[in-house]
Design a protein around this ligand. Structure first.
Ligand SMILES: [Zn+2]
Length: 90
């Protein structure tokens, strides 16, 4: 049963998204939403990196953008030497 939550995702832009979330009581991931897998190089068998595997108790691809939020703190203060901001005052 999906548990949808509204979250603010702040990547390249701020989006308000509705997203599926991990089961906090999941016996597999204990609410962490996935597992880190260390994997080795095929030929040498040496450590080659860590892969994040999302748990099956949720679907991280199951999300919708509800709203794209404007960037905060964009207003610039005038420079002391007489520069100006080309942003409209709010
Ligand atoms: Zn899980």
């Amino acid at each position: 049963m999906p548990r949808y939550r509204v979250q603010v995702r702040d990547w390249s832009r701020r989006d308000l998204i509705l997203t599926d979330t991990p089961n906090p009581n999941c016996p597999d991931c204990r609410g962490e939403g996935g597992h880190n897998h260390d994997y080795g190089d095929y030929e040498t068998g040496e450590y080659a990196g860590t892969e994040w595997e999302p748990c099956s108790c949720w679907d991280e691809d199951r999300h919708w953008v509800l709203l794209t939020l404007p960037r905060l703190h964009r207003r610039q203060t005038p420079e002391p030497w007489g520069g100006y901001s080309d942003e409209p005052p709010f």
